[in-house]
Write a protein that binds this ligand. Structure first.
Ligand code: SF4
Ligand code: SF4
Length: 155
């Protein structure tokens, strides 16, 4: 499939991610060689390729599944001769994808659930009962404080 370079997206990435050091990348591939997900299958995740796509302005980097498969284990960061922090880049690109409405639906829904109730899953009556039975304190007794902080960060 032909790669389409989008100058507008490239400008956006350069502007928004200007504090990150990924432009130091010289595409040696050591990050991929050290990545446990890449070892499982290069099709699943190739950090070198993600850096390249972001650097040249390929918008699909935000929508393709590999961006969401990084476990943020930092192995590639340890190995990079150019001290590129790929984990910072992944987090920044995921945030950008969410802001642009391009994150996978499941991710969008999880964020909305967290912003609404402070958890990634619905806090059902059943969960409350189980916690009570186990002698655990009520979940998120300071929920309003947590939600307030989350809304401030997200706004
Ligand atoms: S190891 Fe570093 S310099 Fe090499 S491809 Fe990966 S990010 Fe780029
Ligand atoms: S941080 Fe992500 S890309 Fe880097 S080695 Fe771990 S899983 Fe692979």
């Amino acid at each position: 499939m032909a790669v389409r370079i989008d100058p507008e997206f490239r400008r956006l990435v350069r502007e928004r991610l200007r504090d990150l050091d990924f432009n130091q990348c010289y595409q040696c591939g050591k990050c991929a060689a050290s990545c446990p997900v890449f070892h499982r299958s290069p099709e699943l995740l190739n950090p070198r390729k993600i850096i390249h796509m972001a650097a040249i302005g390929v918008r699909e980097v935000l929508t393709q599944p590999p961006l969401w498969r990084c476990t943020t284990c930092y192995e590639c960061v340890e190995q990079c001769p150019q001290t590129v922090n790929f984990v910072d880049l992944v987090v920044a690109l995921r945030n950008l994808a969410y802001e642009m409405g391009m994150a996978p639906r499941g991710v969008q829904e999880e964020v909305e659930t967290v912003l609404k109730q402070g958890f990634v899953y619905p806090l059902t009556g059943r969960i409350r009962q189980v916690r009570q039975r186990l002698g655990l304190p009520p979940a998120a007794s300071d929920l309003e404080g947590v939600l307030q902080t989350l809304r401030e960060v997200a706004s």
